[in-house]
Design a protein around this ligand. Structure first.
Ligand code: HXC
Length: 520
């Protein structure tokens, strides 16, 4: 007794059609160019043998769309579930060798099925986008397909992490699916993403622009902030996605993968003290502070090329996964501007969804002054930071290193916005405004009366010192409970780790509502 051979042959033949994608020639051409195929990418992502494909034998609705006789293997998208570092992950990968990876109705339904699977079983979704966009022959069927994919992206948002790898063209409305996901990784040189490319812009407005300016990985990562990571090639993109996953839970009801087995280490790190320049005007490089604060100096920075005045990213602190939000005084004096506020607020909200505690490092002169900022809506954008911090219920630990003035003091996760603990270094300057500005207002009357320039300068210096002592120090804040404790920089890692362990069981319930109305 054995299965009839012709049945096995038929299965193998059908399987081979799907495995060969758009044909062996097209695959060979891609390989010659150093490009991966849709299947190569999934092979790179998943543990060998773990991939279960969905709907490999799917066929486009040929008769409906006048494509009779044309076979589109797997309808141009490979979908399924596999294992990444021991955890199940759903994925879809567009196949450029089949009708340019264009999206028709069945193609869209397969994508939706993989997202649905992820929602239902609580696992991340990773996608590889490589497509000529809406499949022209399917007309409204393609547009309808895109609409369904966008709907699914939104339904999955906040339930499971969604990571998009933009590996080839991603043009027009198609770019909105990646934009609706949590993180976008774009492959340098081989990928492009734009709503209107150079030709359309020229035809519509007469403006001459290059693809590099509007659609490249560099433009998307460093100018518009659409993209979170730039990869050097497909393999690097997969490595970045895996690294990102290593910090994330599989869904919104799980905790992130903390490593809690190790007992706390309270050793002081004197190297942190050395990072603080004696001259208060010399900026601290917050990247160095983060390196010392996190386990093995392993900080996975997000959006490193955009709004560099605010640094965000993932790490572990004595085993606990955290999202770090830090002012970077090396850029724009660490001020909060429109882009930094957008960058920070979205990251804070992501961490909240996936139960990732937040560690905020503060050294900022405030919101960036300027006409462009005011007219660009810094009030609306800056409010996102306040809204994001105030509405998050994950553990929130704040360290005020130096400057923390005015509205930015509140915005950078103050006690008042719900921080569970706020620690300040002795160098912290917490005040309504900086000493120079404040003394011009407070002591103007007295100084105006002094005519001798030398005597005036001397008195001014005395008043500045007096201001700092009285109104711009961590002890005034600690005195009213806005600062939990004043600590030496060398104690930071141990104190933050302890605070994180003490707050991991946090439960905070807010009044029920559909959702808040964050300023957008
Ligand atoms: C059907 C398509 C296609 C499409 C490409 N192909 N795009 N088929 N619908 N949208 C097919 C080509 O006919 C060709 O088939 C194969 O894919 C490879 O395409 P080439 O042009 O030969 O490849 P290349 O030179 O690398 O150029 C890639 C490209 C170009 C830049 C993506 O194909 C292109 O510009 N395509 C159209 C892009 C576009 O305008 N799409 C609509 C965007 S609007 P053969 O059989 O020869 O191999 C949109 C709306 C979405 O997507 C709205 C959502 C709300």
């Amino acid at each position: 007794m054995a299965i009839e051979q012709h049945l096995v042959d038929e299965l193998r033949k059908r399987r081979q059609i799907a495995l060969d994608l758009g044909g062996k020639d097209k695959i060979a051409k891609r390989h010659e160019k150093g490009l991966m195929t849709a299947r190569d990418r999934l092979d790179a992502l998943f543990t060998k043998g773990s991939f279960q494909e969905f709907a490999m034998h799917a066929a486009h609705r040929a008769t409906l769309f006048g494509l009779m006789g044309k076979v589109l293997p797997a309808d141009g998208v490979v979908t399924g579930v596999g294992e990444v570092d021991g955890r199940p992950v759903a994925a879809f990968s567009q196949d450029f060798t089949t009708a340019g990876g264009s999206l028709g109705n069945m193609h869209a339904e397969k994508i939706c099925e993989s997202i649905d699977y992820a929602i239902k079983h609580g696992m991340p979704v990773i996608s590889f986008n490589d497509s000529g966009g809406a499949r022209i022959q399917e007309g409204i069927g393609s547009l309808s397909g895109y609409g369904k994919v966008f709907f699914k992206n939104v339904e999955a948002s906040g339930v499971v992490p969604q990571i998009t790898i933009i590996a080839g063209p991603c043009a027009g409305g198609a770019a909105y699916s990646p934009a609706l996901t949590d993180f976008q990784i774009m492959v340098n040189k081989q990928a492009t993403m734009f709503i209107c490319g150079p030709e359309v812009i020229k035809a519509a407005t007469g403006e001459v622009v290059t693809m590099e300016e509007v659609g490249s990985a560099a433009a998307n990562a460093s100018v518009s902030g659409n993209v979170h990571f730039v990869a050097s090639d497909d393999a690097h993109a997969v490595a970045l996605a895996k690294k990102l996953l290593s910090f994330l839970p599989s869904n919104n009801i799980m905790d992130p993968p903390h490593h809690l087995g190790v007992p706390l280490d309270y050793t002081k790190d004197t190297g942190m003290d050395e990072l603080v320049p004696a001259d208060g005007k010399q900026p601290i490089d917050v990247q160095q502070v983060i390196k010392r604060l996190v386990d093995d100096g392993d900080f996975f920075e997000v959006q490193m090329d955009w709004a560099k005045n605010l640094v965000i990213g993932f790490a572990r602190i004595q085993g606990i996964v955290v999202g770090i939000v830090a002012n970077q005084p090396m850029f724009k004096a660490g001020t909060l501007d429109i882009d930094a506020s957008d960058k920070g607020a979205r990251f804070i909200r992501f961490c909240n969804i996936f139960n990732i505690p937040l560690v905020t490092l503060v050294d900022t002169g405030g919101f960036l002054p300027g006409k462009a900022q005011e007219r660009g809506g810094i009030i609306r954008h800056g409010a996102k930071m306040l809204f994001a911090y105030a509405s998050t219920t994950v553990p929130k630990i704040t360290v005020i290193m130096r400057k923390s003035y005015g509205g930015a003091y509140i915005a950078m996760c103050s006690k008042e916005l719900g921080a569970d603990a706020v620690f300040a270094w002795p160098t912290a300057e917490i005040a309504v405004m900086g000493a120079e500005g404040a003394s011009n207002i407070l002591y103007k009357g007295e100084l105006d009366k002094i005519t001798d320039p030398e005597a005036k300068a001397k008195r001014r210096a005395e008043l500045l010192a007096e201001y700092r002592e009285k109104f711009s120090n961590p002890y005034q804040a600690a005195g009213i409970g806005s600062v939990t404790d004043v600590i030496e920089p060398s104690e930071t890692r141990a104190v933050v780790a302890r605070a994180l362990r003490n707050t991991l069981t946090k439960r905070e319930v807010r009044p029920p509502k559909k959702h808040g109305n964050i300023p957008l």
